[in-house]
Design a protein around this ligand. Structure first.
Ligand code: FAQ
Length: 335
């Protein structure tokens, strides 16, 4: 019982800092100095445990978002209106799968295995972006996901190319280039429907914009004053720009793009504020956001079930790959 007084390591939720050895303090000072100098941190470098955990949390959530994010659009591959649109959509959905794989690899360099991360996803312990729990009801949803969802993703992810953790930053450079193509193809698909389509197609686009606008601006996460991870992540250079600032930049950019497209954004309070040099916007329904993040959005159960099913269906591939690797071992040893 008395040994409890010796528990100096600081438990979860305990604000006390764990006691550190002189060696650790020197390591931590060196680490902070490298962050301050803008150097990259690499997998074998010493890093504080909390920095490692924060990165695994964010990168694995990001990876899960990419692979769950394949589902809403994947739903339309067999129903794409032309061969050209089908080829574009196939490539886009495959790209999202590739992003998930780069990101799982980046997280693995921090000492967490892909199996551990996937287990957390499949058992509902891990988060993934709220946006992918909404349904894709019409073909216009596919264009709107490209325009708004990929657009929001780029706005959030370009600053991560300067993240202090090298493997994450490098993965983000390629991801952002591909996301940029995704955003353009979505916008171009909507522009075609708006300029050359029928009245029914134009109202289909407007309906999709009405349904995706608010969830898209929620993607940036809770307001800064309710974002428990932001302050430390910004100090460590994991996040470079705050949730609210990115949201504002995205709204300002989208207003102009909506005008060119000829659609209305579904927010009567959206207007230019000359003093702030930004657009003011209406109240975001944070209750809806937390409901979706908490597992009770329109498609949460369906999305998770689809990922679990894919994992189970792939069991034979994993078994075959392992059996093949075992068969190669004697050859490798002999060589
Ligand atoms: N959904 O303290 P903060 C894409 C959670 S990829 C669900 O502000 P943080 C590509 C947050 O995790 C889209 N949960 O957290 C694509 C935290 O919970 P925790 C994904 C959310 O980490 C396009 C809690 O709320 N992008 O779209 C969300 O500092 C089209 C408190 O929040 C990334 O992951 C949310 N929207 O900031 C694919 C980018 N927001 O972990 C297919 C990298 C917040 O403490 C088709 N991630 N939460 O239990 C980030 O930049 C950050 O992690 C944020 C959140 C900004 C998402």
């Amino acid at each position: 019982m008395y040994t409890q007084a010796m528990d100096t390591m600081g438990k979860d939720g305990d604000a006390r800092k764990p006691v550190r050895s002189a060696d650790e303090m020197v390591q931590e000072e060196r680490f902070e100095a490298r962050i301050a100098a803008g150097d990259f941190v690499e997998p074998k470098d010493w890093m504080p445990e909390h920095y490692r955990k924060t990165l695994v949390r964010q990168i694995s959530q990001h990876a899960h978002s990419e692979i769950v994010g394949m589902l809403p659009e994947g739903n339309w591959i067999t129903r794409a209106p032309t061969l050209k649109r089908k080829a574009i959509l196939l490539a886009k959905v495959q790209d999202e799968g590739g992003h998930g794989l780069y990101l799982y690899s980046a997280a693995e360099t921090l000492g967490t295995s892909r199996d551990q991360m996937l287990d957390a996803l499949h058992t509902g312990k891990a988060k993934y972006s709220s946006i992918f729990n909404y349904p894709t009801l019409t073909w216009a949803d596919v264009g709107v996901i490209g325009w708004l969802v990929d657009g929001a993703a780029i706005m959030n992810q370009v600053p991560i190319c300067r993240c202090s953790y090298g493997p994450y930053a490098r993965a983000m450079i390629r991801i952002c280039r591909e996301e940029s193509f995704h955003q353009r193809q979505g916008y171009e698909s909507l522009l075609t429907m708006m300029e050359k389509g029928t009245d029914a197609q134009r109202s289909m686009v407007q309906d999709a914009v009405n349904r995706w606008w608010w969830p898209s601006i929620m993607m940036f996460g809770p307001p800064d004053d309710q974002s428990p991870n932001s302050a430390q992540s910004m100090r460590w250079g994991i996040k470079r720009v705050s949730n609210d600032e990115l949201r504002q930049r995205f709204i300002d950019a989208s207003v102009e793009q909506a005008k060119l497209l000829g659609v209305t954004l579904p927010d009567p309070d959206l207007k230019w504020n000359a003093e702030r040099q930004h657009h003011d916007f209406g109240k975001i329904d944070w209750d809806e956001f937390w409901r979706v993040v908490g597992g009770n959005g329109p498609c949460n159960r369906e999305r998770l079930a689809a990922r679990v099913q894919a994992w189970e269906d792939g069991a034979w591939v994993r078994e075959a790959a392992l059996a093949y690797a075992r068969k190669q071992e004697p050859h490798a040893q002999a060589a």
